[in-house]
Design a protein around this ligand. Structure first.
Ligand code: GLU
Length: 403
């Protein structure tokens, strides 16, 4: 940059946190580019390939030659209809196609919602630990995140009582993911009913329910809060194709929402990205209208890895963990290592520990600080069993050097 240039970046971007998940993934790529074989357990990304029939759906769309123009801003009508049908059939939420907006990943869906709902100073109650981008997007929309926190002892689930106590006259929405990224916790029907009761007692409160991990739920019970009595008008249900269909790079997310919210998100999206990629939408339609066999197969594999990782992590002294009920993350408490040191490394917190593990064990993880839990680290087990075994054995080894 020229020294005479006085123009500066906006405060908005200067004050914004970089996405810790993506930053750690970039760091792992840097190591790999230098020829260092890093096992990447930082990014929550299925290690499976997008199922063949979905790839074929995209190829067919290209060959048909009909999908090269701008799609409608909220998505192709047939895809929106298929998503509405999915909401009705699988989630028991009576959204229609007009309630659905398709976006470039669930992240853009959440961004659209925050920009559409929040005025400066409006508060959003965030169930913590939370996915990294919730707080950043709320702040970008000039809202204020208000955290309610659950700990390891209660499976990281804040209670309805905590929710009630956090509501002020500025509270506009609450947001959580179930299954939860990063903790793997899943709200039971009773817990969701307790949340709904609190929400329904306040006319000015919306729920943003992130259900992107719905297909990776080991409890056998996936309940959408939007299906509970009175909640369809109060709920924005966020979902996408990345996790359940191994389609992270295709970038297809969506919401089901009351019409006034769906229209606002469409208006927002019309100015920012115009629409989601046409071919990716055709692939998503194939995913939704085909057999879910590959999705169940992937879930089975994650479930087996979950047990493996649980057993291996449990053997490491000083690591405290719960058994996640969904998603593909472990979120162990590693605070017993804080204050320890070795060989020029001083471990003050989880960020130091992640850096130490990356540099010494060549395994990339994400600090819990980014998810609102500075005592924890996040490990994604969307990796092969061989990689997981090797990674955890290396982590165990380098942790044992700390004293
Ligand atoms: N949701 C994934 C994760 O938490 C993808 C990365 C991201 O977009 O943050 O790792």
């Amino acid at each position: 940059m020229s020294e005479s240039l006085t123009v500066q970046l906006s405060d908005r971007i200067a004050n914004m946190e970089e996405s810790a998940t993506l930053a750690m993934a970039a760091k792992a790529r840097e190591f790999k580019a230098k020829g260092i074989n890093v096992i990447s357990l930082s990014l929550g990304e299925p290690d499976f390939k997008t199922p063949k029939h979905i790839q074929e759906g995209a190829k067919q769309a290209i060959d048909e030659g009909k999908y090269f123009a701008y799609p409608p801003v909220p998505g192709y009508q047939d895809l929106r209809e298929a998503i509405a049908k999915k909401f009705n059939d699988e989630n028991n939420i009576p959204y229609k196609a007009e309630n659905v907006v398709v976006s470039n990943g669930a992240k853009q869906s959440i961004a659209n919602v925050m920009f559409s709902l929040l005025n400066p100073g409006d508060e959003v109650i965030v169930y913590s630990p939370y996915w990294v981008s919730y707080s950043a997007l709320i702040q970008l929309a000039e809202g204020t995140p208000v955290f309610i926190t659950g700990g390891l002892e209660n499976d990281f689930k804040a209670t309805a009582e905590q929710l009630k106590n956090a509501i002020t006259d500025r509270t506009k929405a609450i947001i959580f993911s179930s299954p939860c990224n990063p903790t793997g916790s899943v709200f039971t029907k009773e817990e969701l009913e307790a949340i709904a009761e609190v929400v329904l007692a306040h006319d000015s409160l919306m729920v943003i329910s992130d259900e992107i991990y719905e297909h990776i739920n080991y409890t056998g019970e996936q309940v959408s809060i939007g299906s509970l009595p009175g909640m369809v008008d109060r709920t924005i249900t966020v979902n996408g194709f990345a996790k359940g269909f191994a389609m992270t790079g295709w970038r297809v997310g969506y919401i089901g929402a009351p019409l006034w919210v769906a229209k606002a998100c469409t208006k927002m999206q019309g100015q920012v990205t115009s629409a989601n990629c046409s071919i990716a939408q055709r692939a998503a339609l194939t995913a939704l209208t085909s057999d879910l066999g590959p999705t169940y197969e992937m879930k089975k594999a994650y479930e087996e890895r979950r047990q493996l990782v649980y057993d291996l992590l449990s053997e490491i002294p000083g690591v405290k963990l719960n058994m996640p009920k969904g998603a593909f993350y472990f979120f162990p408490d590693v605070s017993s290592y804080f204050g320890k040191s070795t060989d020029g490394y001083e471990i003050k917190d989880a960020s130091d520990l992640c850096l130490y593990i990356l540099e010494k064990a060549h395994v990339s993880l994400v600090t819990g600080e980014a998810f609102g839990a500075p005592e924890c680290i996040r490990l994604s087990y969307a990796a092969s069993e061989t990689e997981l075994k090797e990674a955890i054995s290396k982590i165990k080894e380098v942790l044992s050097l700390l004293s």
